[in-house]
Design a binder for this molecule. Structure first.
Ligand SMILES: Cc1cc2nc3c(=O)[nH]c(=O)nc-3n(C[C@H](O)[C@H](O)[C@H](O)COP(=O)(O)OP(=O)(O)OC[C@H]3O[C@@H](n4cnc5c(N)ncnc54)[C@H](O)[C@@H]3O)c2cc1C
Ligand code: FES
Length: 349
């Protein structure tokens, strides 16, 4: 099993606004970091009592010289303030491998991106990739005022270089008021019909308004991807450092199956079959089998562990990230899945 914890060396810390910085890394021993536009890293950050783990979306795009995350200070927040105030070139940070499903599919050519505040980070990665690879995008980017716009110059440059393919509309609360569903719908209506996918990232009220706008425009939910920012309550690094072994799922939430069935897993091009005890989550089982199954939060809230059930059924103990449409397509969360049928077959895409 390859080491799931990377040690990244900070190459550069660049102030973006008064309260946001970009941190670029040398991937160190890991060499080149493989990721898709819109994915995130989970970083381990020192806290008063031990450590905390936090997810940060990559703002760079694959092919950029250095993987980069962009972090906005949250008042009173542990990790964001440490990163903004303390991280310096030459420091090292532990990280989990890039993860997440907030990334356009290969057949998503024309995109609608709705971002607010630090929600620009994955949108920036996607726009940078788009500029290089082709396809079009409209970004609607909401901020309090002009001073809080992250990547203002870079966005201007992308539009100037690709005026036929990339458009950016800034929404400033000081000028336009808070973004609401009706006005967002009016703004994006000409784009929404032709968009292959819409990607939403920002604070909860903005996400709610943007989702309502897309629903009002009749956009198929299957074409809408969302990334919700929240802090992790658990520490996946501590779990990884502990000796691997299956941990029983909470009795109250465990699947109805009794005893042990089997699961066939396709991961990294290999197919393997194991016994799957009814009260063990899939992720715990795979880790116990030394398989390099991805994960981050282990709380059912980030989708880093997402995989697809192609046969049989599972039950999710907790899920705050997959939508009805994802579940209907067979997607599940390995960190929360317990078996409901005697045999289950799972594929990591
Ligand atoms: C997939 C994903 C991608 C993300 N990408 C980015 C990104 O690109 N850029 C970015 O800036 N952020 C991103 N985030 C958010 C990031 O992970 C953190 O949640 C954010 O930086 C805040 O973390 P913190 O440690 O600074 O704040 P925390 O310490 O988690 O605190 C958050 C807030 O809660 C308050 N708080 C904390 N503890 C308590 C308590 N006990 N009682 C009451 N209030 C409390 C704090 O005062 C603060 O206001 C992402 C999150 C996810 C899940
Ligand atoms: S690891 Fe985050 S949802 Fe499973």
């Amino acid at each position: 099993m390859s080491d799931p914890i990377l040690t990244l060396r900070v190459a550069e810390v660049t102030p973006e606004t008064d309260d946001a910085v970009s941190v670029s890394f040398d991937a160190g021993k890991a060499g080149r970091l493989d990721y898709r536009p819109g994915q995130f890293l989970t970083l381990r950050v020192p806290a008063q009592e031990g450590w905390v783990a936090r997810c940060y979306s990559l703002s760079s795009a694959p092919g950029d010289p250095r993987p980069t995350v962009t972090v906005k200070r949250v008042p009173g927040g542990i990790a964001s303030n440490w990163i903004c105030d303390r991280l310096r070139p030459g420091d090292t940070v532990e990280a989990l491998l890039p993860a997440g499903r907030f990334t356009p599919a290969p057949d998503h050519r024309d995109l609608l991106l709705l971002a607010a505040g630090s929600g620009i980070t994955p949108a920036m990665s996607i726009l940078r990739a788009r500029a290089r690879e082709g396809g079009s995008a409209l970004l609607v980017y909401a901020n309090r005022d002009e001073r809080s716009v992250i990547f203002a110059a870079e966005l201007r440059r992308l539009v100037e270089e690709h005026p036929d393919r990339i458009q950016v509309v800034h929404w400033l609360e000081t000028l336009h008021g808070l973004p609401d569903a009706a006005r967002l719908a009016a703004l994006v209506r000409p784009w929404a019909a032709g968009a292959d996918a819409a990607l939403l990232c920002g604070p909860a009220p903005f996400m709610a308004a943007a989702a309502a706008a897309l629903t009002a425009l009749g956009l198929d939910r299957a074409r809408v991807l969302t990334e919700e920012y929240r802090s992790l309550a658990s520490d996946p690094f501590a779990v990884l450092s502990a000796a691997p072994g299956p941990e029983p799922a909470d009795e109250a939430g465990a699947g109805t199956g009794t005893g042990t069935g089997t699961v066939t897993v396709e991961l990294d091009g290999e197919r393997k079959t194991f016994p799957w005890p009814a009260r063990t989550t899939l992720l715990d089982l795979l880790r116990a089998q030394d398989l390099d199954a991805p994960f981050s939060c282990r709380e059912g809230s980030c989708s880093a562990c997402a995989c697809r059930v192609v046969d049989g059924e599972v039950k999710l103990l907790r899920n705050t990230v997959l939508e009805e449409e994802d579940l209907a397509e067979g997607y599940t969360l390995a960190c929360q899945a317990v078996p409901l049928t005697d045999h289950v077959e799972v594929v990591y895409d």
